[in-house]
Design a protein around this ligand. Sequence first.
Ligand code: MV4
Length: 461
Amino acid sequence: MKLFKKILIANRGEIAIRIIRACRELDIKTVAIFSDIERDAMHVRLADESICIGPAVLSSSYLNIPAILSAAEVTDAEAIHPGYGFLSENPQFAEACATSGITFIGPSTETIKSGGDKSKARQIMKRKGVPVVPGSDGPVVTEEAATKIAKKIGFPVIFKASSGGGGRGMRIVHDEGGAANAFHMAQREALAAFGNSELYVEKYLNPIRHIEVQIIADGKGNVVHLGERDCSVQRRHQKLIEEAPSPMATEKFRKRIGELAVKAAKAMKYKNAGTIEFIVDQDQNVYFMEINTRVQVEHPVTEEITGVDIIKEQIKIAAGLPLSFKQNEIKIAGHSIECRINAEDPEKFIPCPGKITFFHQPGGPGIRVDTAAYNGWVVPSQYDSMIAKLIVHAKNREEAIIRMKRALDEFIIEGIKTTISFHKKVLNHPDFVKGSVNTSFIERLASGDAGSSGSNDDKPS
Ligand code: MV4
């Protein structure tokens, strides 16, 4: 029995190719969509069919809901996989698919909506017994109310946009004197970025690790977690390196955070694949931060250590199949690391689009490269600068680091600048080697200060 005859992929780049690969192995035909400037893109070549849906500008192409639905209709696609970014967490898109009789491969419109409202998601978790950082109960409307809560929980606090994410519409406040200004700055930024100025308040925790748990749910009551990923190595809210398992996690910790993630998923009536993001402080307290209602860039590290094909599972669940595994069948094997290779200046992280004049990707044991790049491809300036994900798998963290360094040495990309040399530096850094990283690691590295202060040792001093 075929799950679907044909799926349209509402995305581009490496994730479009990742989805095409899953479809091929499930004997499902694929439709690629592309913008005017992406006629020569690899996802277009690898799909069974392709449709140009408009000019390069996002609102006319990869964010153009009517054009994408028309493309699905004319090609007789029964389902749409949104990938990550673009329309993947847009409740109007999920709803429009349903109205057109097309299966949206992801959670329900309601779940996407609740996940997008960070203040509401926080309230749901609190009510269902998933720990949240001390803070406001729901949105805070006035600067006076925000200051009152801040004084109650104690400074520093952080004002966050309810529609936020990615660090925009966020302000850290160190004392009462700074509260009013920060409140209005955050409001203004949130309104400009998301069209919604609503804020909520949390105690600001630092240093922290960003640890997230992959969950998968079939909508029939089965919710399974696939362990945690440590995404603490990031710069200005852009993740650079992800790994699984977390170097700080014991079996006991994994069970604890995994059970919290399952509880969080159940609280959202979750269906399909999703990620529960947590903040973990130095005493290993775990707090719910956000839920991501899409497949994530870093899903491969979880696939490598669990053997679960997350994209295939998403498609099977969307087709109405129950999960084919139980929690006790999920075993963590070895260690996996992902380096995001961006077309950027490795020191200033400024995008560096242009023609790739030579391209050779690493291979051999334990190496996976998810990319849409090829020799002669022109990296467009209109889209994000990530051009490859280099993923390694080895039997433990030490060997995974050795393998990643070997793979980075083998990776040859000429004609544009990339972040390969940056990754080599991080992989040689004593704090990274120790697994002693937190979300300030890269900023401290850039200031020449990493390793000297504020490092998260995970042991009491
Ligand atoms: C926090 C926090 C400390 N305390 N919340 C940044 C992005 C947004 N999704 C939430 N973020 C944070 N929320 C409290 N109560 C610190 C951050 C944060 C961060 C979180 C994850 C990964 C990297 C980060 C970098 C800076 C700040």
